[in-house]
Design a protein around this ligand. Structure first.
Ligand SMILES: Nc1ncnc2c1ncn2[C@@H]1O[C@H](COP(=O)(O)OP(=O)(O)OP(=O)(O)O)[C@@H](O)[C@H]1O
Length: 244
């Protein structure tokens, strides 16, 4: 479904002595991984470990310096900052319509947009009255539901979530994860879930990959978390008292 082989990414270092200095900082080092069809894979690592960079490579937003990237199916993305990923001047209806318009163009069809929007809002647990609201008239959880509806409207086979629920309170996080589980089951989707939060990974994912300083140091099934060998992964696990 998704396969990365020996992927490397580097960026030009900032604060170089020479104005046109060519020193580069290696962000992803020899990253190889795969995502199986219909699984939910967590990518876990601390801030700066390269998670978002890996997400951007998977989505095709960033071309790696080396290595091979294969993504077999259409992919949608839900970003961390839902407040800026939705246009503040758009109503909910317009935000979701953006994806419907893409689909109409892609498939050369004309959709009954009103009907589709009603169905999508229902799917994410929002009533029809939300369709005329602007982002500032919604709570964080409601706006993230709208962003999820927009991602699902593209009818992807894969959805990548980049810290999509991290800024929500714990209760809303669980509600959104439950909603995403339902959507995944209903449409047979594959998820890639980028986060720094181990407890959400254990609640939500089937398998997790630990990223440390741009390298995958451990991959394991959630049911086998107790068997991890890598020191960094162990440290992360020990820092969370309650796993489920
Ligand atoms: N376009 C860019 N140009 C230069 N450096 C970059 C660029 N994008 C990311 N970086 C650097 O790459 C490193 C990894 O960033 P990345 O956003 O992938 O980490 P992350 O694990 O997602 O962190 P966080 O959890 O804080 O979002 C950071 O040191 C960052 O400063």
């Amino acid at each position: 479904m998704i396969r990365l082989n020996n992927v490397g990414v580097s960026f030009r270092k900032e604060n170089q002595k020479k104005i046109f200095g060519k020193e580069r900082q290696q962000i992803l080092v020899d990253v190889s991984m795969h995502v199986k069809e219909k699984e939910c894979l967590g990518i876990l690592g601390e801030s700066g470990s390269g998670k978002s960079t890996m997400g951007r490579v998977i989505c095709g937003l960033l071309k790696p310096d080396c290595g091979k990237v294969e993504v077999e199916k259409p992919i949608s993305i839900v970003f961390q900052d839902y407040t800026t990923s939705a246009n503040p001047r758009f109503t909910v209806k317009q935000i979701i319509s953006e994806s419907l318009i893409v689909r109409e163009r892609r498939e050369s069809i004309r959709l009954d947009r009103e009907k589709e929007i009603r169905k999508l809002l229902e799917l994410v647990g929002l009533s029809e009255e939300f369709s005329l609201r602007y982002p500032h008239e919604l709570s964080g959880g409601q706006l993230q539901r709208v962003c999820i509806a927009r991602a699902v409207a593209l009818q992807p086979k894969i959805i990548l979530f980049d810290e999509s629920i991290s800024s929500l309170d714990a209760y809303t996080q669980v509600q959104i994860m439950d909603l995403l589980k339902e959507i995944r089951k209903k449409y047979g989707l594959t998820y890639v879930f980028i986060t720094h939060d181990l407890s959400s990974v254990t609640y939500f994912c089937d398998r997790v990959l630990f990223l440390y300083q741009g390298q995958i140091v451990e991959t394991c099934e959630i049911a086998e978390l107790g068997k991890v060998k890598d020191e960094y992964a162990k440290k992360l696990l020990n820092s969370v008292v309650n796993l489920r």
